[in-house]
Write a protein that binds this ligand. Sequence first.
Ligand code: C2E
Ligand code: MG
Ligand code: MG
Ligand code: MG
Length: 262
Amino acid sequence: MIDINAQQDTQLPLDSLIEYALKSNSFYMSYQPIVSTSNSKLIGFEALIRNRINDSRLRPDHLIPHLERTGQIIELGSWILKQCLVDYKTLESYGLKDFTMSINVSPIQIIDHDITIEISNLINELGISPKNIKLELTETALISDCNKIAKSFERLREMGIKVWLDDFGTGFASLSLLRQFKVNGIKIDKSFISNIATDNDDFTLCSAVIAMAQRLNLELIAEGVETSQQLQILNCLGCDNIQGYLIDKPLTLRDVINKWRS
Ligand code: C2E
Ligand code: MG
Ligand code: MG
Ligand code: MG
């Protein structure tokens, strides 16, 4: 970890910090395993951005919304996409087979910039099977330009790439978005999972979301699973896949190779 504020009385302004972070190549992708609920078999990974500089303002929850506002997410998003796909090939070269890679994508990358061509070129160049690539979009942000997003989703699906709704249930329009966009799967937000074993209402909401996804033939991942009790409940409810600290935290590429190569 680099601590660039350590020698200074005041913090660098955020924009200078980001500029420094970009110039010094300190961003890297971490990968969190996603496994089958019933037998813990590896399904794939979710890519989550990290930075070597020790400054909380560079954490994704703070950084990504800021870059969306300034438009810089387009440039960083292109880098993320390429890095994830290059790392996918590296993992394959170390013997991992037929796993999926879930990549978080900002709606701005779709609305202000056409990522479909970018992805298509990259997967062709690298020789990656499109069925193993999942793009995750958060539902709240999706609402801004529905037509353009729906068209891009259609093209991505034609290419064989999977489109997922992230943080399902936390936005205002979860159900209407499911009608408007043909998505392949939904991720149940961790806020519903954390109290699933202790709160009756959260349990009921989770069971209803899982039942709905099954009836609509949608794939499902529960995120933020931290206890074996939560895992057991999700398994009984029929949620196929889970992700969370119980299984593993987001890992560097090196740690993925060391820990998850079978
Ligand atoms: P998300 O896509 O919903 O990612 C899940 C978040 O939950 C990640 O936080 C992950 O580290 C965290 N997490 C995983 N397992 C557990 C658990 O068991 N318990 C708890 N409490 N948390 C868990 P992270 O990495 O801080 O990312 C936050 C958000 O920032 C992401 O939410 C995503 O919306 C965004 N983000 C992260 N990386 C990228 C990226 O490369 N591109 C874009 N556009 N957005 C990103
Ligand atoms: Mg996500
Ligand atoms: Mg999520
Ligand atoms: Mg989130």
